[in-house]
Design a protein around this ligand. Sequence first.
Ligand SMILES: Nc1nc2c(ncn2[C@@H]2O[C@H](COP(=O)(O)OP(=O)(O)OP(=O)(O)O)[C@@H](O)[C@H]2O)c(=O)[nH]1
Ligand SMILES: [Mg+2]
Length: 427
Amino acid sequence: MVENTSELAITVGLQLPNAGLMEAEESLLELRALAHTAGASVVEMVVQSRSHPDTATYVGRGKLEEIKGLIHVHDAPLVIFDDELTPAQLRNIEGVLGVKVIDRTQLILDIFAQRANTREAQLQVDLAQLKYLLPRLAGRGTTLSRLGGGIGTRGPGETKLETDRRRIRQRIARLEREMEGIRAQRDLQRQSRARNAVPVVALVGYTNAGKSTLLNRITGADVLVEDQLFATLDPTIRRSTMPSSGQPILFVDTVGFIRKLPHALVAAFRATLEEVVEADVLVHVVDATAYNAVAQMSAVFEVLEELGVAGRPLITAFNKVDRLPSTVSLPDLLAGTPDSIAISSLTGAGLEGLFSAIEEKLGEDLTYAEYNIPYDQAAVAADMRAVGQVVEEHYTEDGICLAVRLPSGFTQRWAEFRIPSSNNPKP
Ligand SMILES: Nc1nc2c(ncn2[C@@H]2O[C@H](COP(=O)(O)OP(=O)(O)OP(=O)(O)O)[C@@H](O)[C@H]2O)c(=O)[nH]1
Ligand SMILES: [Mg+2]
């Protein structure tokens, strides 16, 4: 859905005191890549060094006049700011510049809108867009007429975003109800997976790190792989088996993260990201060839924290080592990150190492307990034997008595069968 004729755009960012010029430039380069993904062509990148963003206009007034001049020089109809603007900033800047102004959040939302091609993804993006739009409607009577086309105006399944507050609220409520239905459906699927007692490994990481390539490589899946930001929006779950034990295992590929990922989007994608939240182990896929790999890693951790899974067992997989530039020291990367390994999803190098690391992580947090399982639920005992390490097993009048070490994800699941005070770890 990318336009044939790309919109010319000027990007604007700030260099704040606690950030180096490098960081500001990296952020703008990434903004340029995002703009390109959305179908814009960046003709000029403006950076201003400031102690803090101007509350009224983000950059200073003088800078704004300078940008106005650049708009004239390039005949550029679009200006993109590198941070989320407040409703007031957006209004003021549009007033001065007189062209379409969007911020990083809107740009990311726009890319998601272009790429959403399942009902669930569309719902989630719609919801995020409407929530972004709602507080920004006031006083934009004239500029709203521009919601006719181009970047920042696309909504999935809609030709035109609603402009009336009351109707937007109604639509948000309706979408939230519909999301609730999808969430319930996903819950059921997860519960059935849980009953099947298969551990889940989620692939997480920065956009374009190679998560989908890794999933395809491991499971023979057929997920779209592209040298583009946000190729994947919908989670894909595929079954594989541990090469050593034959133990079944599920891999989940999901949406990539990025710096300054809009909160509205994280919130809206909650249903999708539940798959990550429920995972037993996270594999953090890092593009080791990225010039800003370390910054990308911390951006990923920020989102993991927001999802409440920062403490989950995690393996870092430095990917794309088949084409590592000479400037990157792999030993340094590995030494600086606990539980990390080097892989190439493209060539398959290092994948046995990845599997053993996963196996180790899954086994690390085994919790010992004793369970009494009624005979009419013998399937539960079979599941326990499959995922855990049985220490002792005998049959009583009431049922099957199992002393077993289970991965922590499973202890909660079978808590109803646990024999009270049987949690003292056995030597
Ligand atoms: N050289 C090399 N390229 C790789 C490797 N893994 C992935 N790539 C390339 O990196 C690009 C992004 O790969 P994807 O698998 O789509 O990345 P992703 O993490 O799923 O990206 P999003 O879905 O956008 O979050 C593609 O062009 C892949 O071919 C690798 O090990 N080596
Ligand atoms: Mg992907």
